[in-house]
Ligand binder design. Structure first.
Ligand code: F6R
Length: 608
């Protein structure tokens, strides 16, 4: 959510800043801009809309300079426009910002009274004028930064250029991520490791409250108490290729088709495949956990919803799940000896991160499942397990979700093994199914024609309903979310048995109803719900397996069937998530929407 980048060195930076923003565009695409220091002045280019607009502007009217900053915006305060695009500048400084300055209104009033003139509707501009004010009082740049940081409230990652200081970037973080990269004779700053990947893999992650003076040769970091601190250099190996589409039309499609590999990598990081035994990087004392609270947002929340069934049914641990933004203010009493598990692709989602801090304060054992190593949640949790999905660029989450489910399945088996709720041969049977997942995923992804055909039925709809029971109820919700996000068709995911308590009123002959019904203990009930849809004239499309098909055909239920392979109860929700992803993708294609950058959305939500 807003991406920022900075370079200080001895070579021209402007085009490289734009190249960096290309790797950050998933974080926001309302507008973009760059600023450099050039011949004693601030040079700036900003454009509304996608990054290409900035590139076009720059191509027509390039700027020079060996130090500069860049930003890609997801609007919070102020509409997407050139005036609200970052960097924001005064005659002394240029600033890029990710986050929200919560007390900007009071600061703006104070600064207006002092004669500062504001050019945008953004909260960020308060930082620009505060810095300028402190500089004009005779403070050094670092002193001006310290004073500014003392005045501002909220969440931020900031990178600041100061006119006349041609060899230094000032940076600060509170609440929003920021990483500093060490190059050869050059230094870099960015929102994540991916933006810096082609330039350096030697990274220093700023801690909460840190600020720093970054020059080509040196990096001086201070903590919130103004003490000089050393943050260790971490080597992060991310291939810059991850930020390319690799021959696919969209990142989302590439990421969907990466799932045989990403699930394999994830499973094999947790299971010894030759011994067929669990081999987890964490040793959680599941016997002494009285209750498990799982918290996340969006698609990651639906992972918790699947895992609730698993942990309760298989490991017999009571589980509560919550949406992070609700959990934070619900004041839920957490039990002594409880554990709280947080799931996040980015590891930076502010609501989830704050919920984790709250759970820690409530003496819960905290466990994180994240896709981004060294992210804030990864570093804060007592135990952290990584999904091995690789960078996810498509705004709609796909491969991160199935990798999260793979990790949760392994953690659940670990709990069941330690608590003795499964015998060792039952654990091994489950493990074999997890090891076989990549093959099954591959097979399901090959049936594109089936999903394209269903997409044609979805395309004209204004609304759609997704139904499932048990572990496929969360998959119904995830399917509906995917459709909403990228095709803008309104969709709801419902527990199939709950349909008759309200949503059934919506069904008419224009309404597609996607029913997920693998052959499991819920199937017969779900197929009764399918009958109820048909009885009301709905367009019934059922994803089921060979045994489900037999049942449907025996009962002469006139539903369209998309046949899935027979699946094990543990892996069924992972497998049924795949056609939901492709169905939304193909529907969006037919509607001509922007699949990778759907309107209003951005990835890595670092505002509340
Ligand atoms: C949906 C989607 C979002 C994220 C949510 C949480 O396709 O991508 O709903 O799942 O914003 O993000 P993370 O997992 O990074 O905490």
């Amino acid at each position: 959510m807003c991406g920022i980048v900075g370079i200080v060195g001895h070579q021209p930076v402007a085009q490289r800043l734009i190249d960096g923003l290309k790797r950050l565009e998933y974080r926001g695409y309302d507008s973009a801009g760059i600023a450099t220091l050039c011949q004693g002045d601030i040079a700036i280019r900003r454009a509304k809309g996608k990054l290409q607009a900035l590139q076009n502007l720059y191509d027509q009217d390039p700027i020079e300079g060996v130090i500069g900053i860049g930003h890609t915006r997801w609007a919070t305060h102020g509409v997407p426009s050139e005036a609200n695009a970052h960097p924001h500048i005064s005659d002394r400084v240029a600033v890029v910002h990710n986050g929200i300055i919560e007390n900007y209104a009071g600061l703006k009033e104070m600064l207006l009274n002092k004669g500062h003139q504001f050019a945008s509707q953004t909260d960020t501009e308060a930082v620009v004028h505060l810095m300028t004010d402190y500089l004009s009082q005779g403070n050094s740049p670092i002193e001006a930064l310290r004073r500014t940081l003392a005045d501002i409230e909220g969440a931020f990652a900031l990178v600041i250029l100061v006119k006349g200081v041609e060899d230094t970037l000032l940076v600060a973080r509170r609440g929003s991520p920021l990483v500093i990269g060490e190059g050869d004779g050059e230094s870099y700053v960015g929102s994540d490791a991916l933006v810096l990947a082609p330039w350096t893999q030697r990274l220093r992650y700023l801690e909460e409250g840190d600020y720093a003076i970054v020059s080509a040769q040196s990096i001086q970091i201070f903590n919130a108490q103004d003490q000089h601190v050393d943050r260790p250099v971490k080597t992060i190996n991310i291939s810059a290729d991850a930020a390319t589409k690799g021959g696919y039309d969209h990142f989302m499609l590439k990421e969907i088709f990466e799932q045989p590999t990403t699930v394999k990598d994830t499973v094999e990081s947790l299971i010894d495949s030759s011994a067929e035994t669990l081999n987890l990087p964490v040793d959680i004392d599941w016997n002494n956990i009285s209750k498990l609270t799982m918290i996340a947002c969006g698609t990651s929340y639906f992972s918790t919803a699947v895992a609730k069934y698993w942990f309760e049914m298989i490991a017999r641990i009571p589980v509560e799940i919550d949406i992070a933004s609700e959990f934070r203010y619900r004041e839920s009493p957490l039990p002594k000896g409880g554990a709280a598990l947080f799931i996040s692709q980015s590891g930076e989602t502010i609501d989830t991160l704050e919920a984790m801090k709250q759970a820690k304060a409530d003496h819960q054992t905290t466990i994180a499942i994240v896709n981004v190593a060294e992210s804030s949640m990864d570093r804060l949790a007592d135990f952290s397990v990584h999904t091995k999905a690789g960078p996810e660029i498509g705004v709609a989450s796909t491969k991160a979700f199935t990798a999260q489910l793979a990790v949760l399945a392994c953690l659940c088996l670990d709990a069941a093994q330690k608590r003795g709720t499964l015998t060792s041969s039952q654990v091994q049977d489950h493990i074999q199914h997890l090891l076989n997942l990549p093959n099954e995923i591959y097979g399901i992804l090959q049936k594109e024609a089936d999903y394209q055909q269903v997409a044609h039925r979805m395309q004209p709809a204004r609304d759609a309903l997704y139904l499932g029971r048990g572990t496929n109820f969360p998959i119904a919700m995830e399917g509906a979310l995917k459709l909403k996000e990228i095709s803008y068709i309104h969709a709801e995911g419902y527990a199939a048995g709950e349909m008759k308590h309200g949503p059934i009123a919506l069904i008419d002959d224009l309404m597609p109803v996607i029913v997920l019904a693998p052959h499991d203990k819920w199937m017969v009930k779900t197929l009764s719900n399918l009958q109820e849809v048909i009885a009301r004239g709905g367009i019934a499309i059922c994803f089921t397996d060979r045994l489900g098909r037999q049942h449907i055909e025996q009962d002469k239920i006139p539903a369209q069937i998309v046949e899935m392979p027979l699946s094990h109860p543990l892996t069924a929700p992972i497998l049924y998530a795949l056609p939901m992803q492709l169905l939304s993708y193909y529907t969006a294609l037919l509607k001509g929407t922007d699949v990778d950058q759907p309107r209003n959305l951005a990835k890595s939500v670092t505002v509340e």
